[in-house]
Design a protein around this ligand. Structure first.
Ligand code: NAG
Ligand code: NAG
Ligand code: NAG
Ligand code: NAG
Ligand code: NAG
Ligand code: NAG
Ligand code: NAG
Ligand code: NAG
Ligand code: NAG
Ligand code: NAG
Ligand code: NAG
Ligand code: NAG
Ligand code: CA
Length: 566
């Protein structure tokens, strides 16, 4: 017995059987439940930094309350990393812990990623990576004052900070709720985009987690950053800067033209692979377009005026070259591109109000990558011109990044034996119309893991072995880490964390994913790779089919490189 009955009753008024938040959500109680210095390699927690505050209703929902815990730790007295954990009330705690990640150059999304944990009775955590606060992006501290790379930043961003977040978080979770040694605390990771790359980093280092939900991972890091610049470079080479509306019209017409290829006319092009095989972009030439004006989104999208016109052959040539993907001067393939029906977001052009002309617009993150990550420019304005750049430069930029960051950011290690042997599960998803991370990069990695880990058995057998612990789902019509405004009838999986929990804790294998249609709220199933969705009986019967010719469209030989690219 932990409590004598009289003390028990006096402590608890309404929630009989559980300790209340008031009792445990204090900085003293939290500090007493943190790992002592040296328990986790190299980590010393600054106990004077611990704060704990109650959040009584998350997003206005009084069922969801949490203890908001913040503190800092150092590595043997050097540097300083801040972490933030939300802990569910003892009554709602379900023996779970989850680490979350960031996006872009950020390792965190602040506390916006934490409610998902609370909803499922999990302690949820996020870290600032040691970069100087939750409002500091990694790129701000990438370089030392003398211009050399700050490898502490790179490795913390690459994988170390999330691993430490998990280790401290799991310790705190057990200790805070008095979980007995014989009771398991299930531990997870959940993240998308850069957060998806961070998830793979944890799986690849064999982190001691039970499962990971990984969305649209920005893995193949050196390729991914340079890929963002490819669309702009195409416009530069073809010397045509299409109004964004023209490109969006091409996307809409592609979706329309490919809608029926999946066997159901519903405004969703669920089979971008068949689209690639059968749709001729030239059919969009001459079609009228018009758009209203769009406000600037700083660092992301320029101001776009109201515009109208007809799709031009030049616009189609730009679209075709973007979709064909980066090639070097000899025509050898450098990387894969987005699927047809993905918005041409990287190709957005800036509008000069003085001249009324469109020109190039550099995606800030990737311009910064060339400037800071590759450290190749001698000024501090970032990449803002392609003067002197050729297709071979693209290959060389990638080769430089690949070599420099192979063990920190590339995140494509294909041998997951440690993770697999420990029983870890991975639920990996990726929107089929993702305009920021090529969907095929997820397929490429899945296939690399399959071939690396199961080289000696048949294809079907290897898929079945792999699917016991790693499943990939391509989301029809899905955009980057969310539903697609251009295909509102497409499903988006809203319950991936719940699905992973069921898989890990109850052994329920997710053969398909639950998706919610944004326009209607209807539920639809999403097929697991390599099966593809196909409707028969005039769009009434849903099937997940095997289609070799379609599967072949997802495979690319990156023959501009002599190194293996996983
Ligand atoms: C752990 O180390 C930190 C930083 O060196 C120090 O501030 C703190 O007092 C130490 N904690 C304990 C319990 O010794
Ligand atoms: C979440 O973090 C922001 C700062 O990023 C803060 O203003 C806000 O109060 C926090 N929300 C809660 C519920 O703690
Ligand atoms: C996190 O919150 C801080 C304010 O505390 C804000 O400056 C910063 O932009 C936020 N970062 C993200 C990624 O939302
Ligand atoms: C990254 O963090 C910075 C600083 O907190 C913030 O201004 C920016 O919006 C964040 N970017 C993304 C993509 O979240
Ligand atoms: C650059 O600065 C870093 C951090 O201060 C230091 O460790 C490194 O030795 C310096 N490198 C050179 C070449 O001065
Ligand atoms: C854990 O045990 C301690 C000591 O018995 C007690 O004070 C505390 O309330 C317990 N915490 C929880 C969450 O049950
Ligand atoms: C593309 O389709 C979307 C969704 O139907 C619509 O909102 C948008 O205006 C269309 N864009 C163009 C350029 O026609
Ligand atoms: C598309 O049209 C261009 C001329 O505008 C032509 O050169 C090209 O061969 C056509 N492509 C296809 C696939 O029809
Ligand atoms: C097209 O845009 C011009 C201004 O650029 C405007 O005068 C004209 O009315 C617009 N036409 C249509 C059909 O929207
Ligand atoms: C595959 O077969 C080769 C040759 O028989 C053997 O050397 C290798 O260990 C096998 N690999 C695995 C992963 O079983
Ligand atoms: C998926 O949806 C079905 C109903 O369509 C439901 O029974 C099931 O609980 C859902 N699974 C998850 C993990 O949400
Ligand atoms: C097929 O379904 C569409 C609606 O999705 C309907 O308009 C059409 O009449 C159906 N065709 C047949 C042959 O039933
Ligand atoms: Ca369709």
């Amino acid at each position: 017995m932990k409590f004598c009955p009289i003390l028990f009753l006096s402590l608890l008024s309404s929630t009989v059987g559980a300790v209340t938040m008031q009792h445990v959500c204090t900085s003293q109680y939290v500090a007493a439940n943190l790992p002592a210095n040296g328990t986790i390699l190299g980590i010393s927690i600054d106990l004077s930094s611990v704060t704990a505050g109650r959040i009584d209703a998350i997003d206005g929902n009084s069922r969801l309350s949490a203890c908001d815990v913040n503190f800092a730790y150092t590595h043997d007295g050097f540097d300083r990393t801040n972490v933030n954990y939300w802990l569910p009330s003892p009554a709602n705690f379900l023996n779970r812990y989850v680490s979350t990640g960031g996006e872009g150059w950020n390792i965190t999304e602040n506390n916006s990623s934490l409610p998902t944990g609370i909803e499922y009775g999990a302690v949820a955590g996020t870290t600032d990576g040691g970069f100087g606060g939750f409002d500091v992006s990694s790129y701000e501290v990438w370089l030392n004052g003398n211009g050399s790379i700050n490898w502490d930043t790179v490795y913390m961003f690459g994988y170390q900070a999330i691993d430490e977040l998990s280790q401290i978080g799991k310790f705190l979770t057990k200790s805070f709720y008095n979980v007995s040694d014989s009771t398991k605390v299930w531990s997870y990771y959940d993240g998308c985009s850069e957060g998806g790359r961070e998830g793979w980093s944890q799986v690849q280092i064999g982190s001691d987690l039970d499962g990971a939900v990984i969305g649209a991972p920005g893995m193949h890091f050196s390729f991914q950053q340079i890929q963002h610049l490819w669309s702009q470079f195409v416009e530069y080479q073809l010397d045509y800067y299409p109004p964004y509306c023209e490109l969006e019209k091409i996307v809409n017409l592609t979706t329309e033209g490919c809608d029926a290829l999946d066997g159901r006319v519903d405004g969703v092009a669920s089979r971008t692979d068949l689209c690639m095989l059968h749709f001729n972009l030239n059919s969009t030439i001459g079609k009228p377009y018009s758009c209203s004006e769009t406000a600037e989104i700083p660092n992301f999208m320029p101001y776009i005026p109201a515009q109208n016109g007809t799709v031009t052959a030049q616009g189609v040539a730009v679209a075709r070259e973007i979709l064909s993907g980066a090639h070097d001067n000899l025509g050898r393939r450098i990387y894969m591109s987005y699927q047809p029906t993905a918005q041409f977001q990287d190709a957005v052009t800036s509008y000069d109000t003085a001249t009324g002309r469109y020109g190039s617009y550099f995606v800030q993150q990737s311009a910064q990558w060339v400037e800071i990550g590759l450290n190749l420019l001698n000024d501090d304005i970032g990449l803002d011109s392609f003067e002197g750049v050729t297709r071979d430069t693209f290959r060389d930029w990638i080769a430089t990044g690949y070599q420099r960051y192979q063990d920190s950011l590339e995140t494509t290690w294909p041998d997951l034996t440690t993770w697999h042997k420990a029983g870890g599960k991975v639920l990996h998803y990726h929107g089929k119309s993702d305009p920021q991370v090529p969907t095929s990069s997820s397929v490429r990695y899945f296939e690399s893991v399959r071939k690396t880990m199961y080289p000696n058995i048949s294809y079907n057998q290897s898929i079945s072995e792999l699917n016991d612990w790693y499943r990939l789902f391509l989301i029809p019509g899905g955009a980057h880490c969310g539903a697609n405004s251009l295909q509102p009838n497409a499903p988006w999986p809203e319950t991936t964390f719940a699905t992973l929990i069921d898989w890990v804790e109850k052994g329920i294998q997710p053969k398909t994913l639950n998706g919610t249609v944004s326009s209607t709220g209807a539920q639809e199933q999403i097929c697991g790779w390599p099966l593809r969705p196909f409707w028969t009986n005039n769009g009434t019967d849903f099937n997940c089919v095997y289609d070799q010719r379609s599967l072949d469209t997802w495979k690319y030989e990156l023959n501009a490189f002599k190194m293996p690219i996983y």
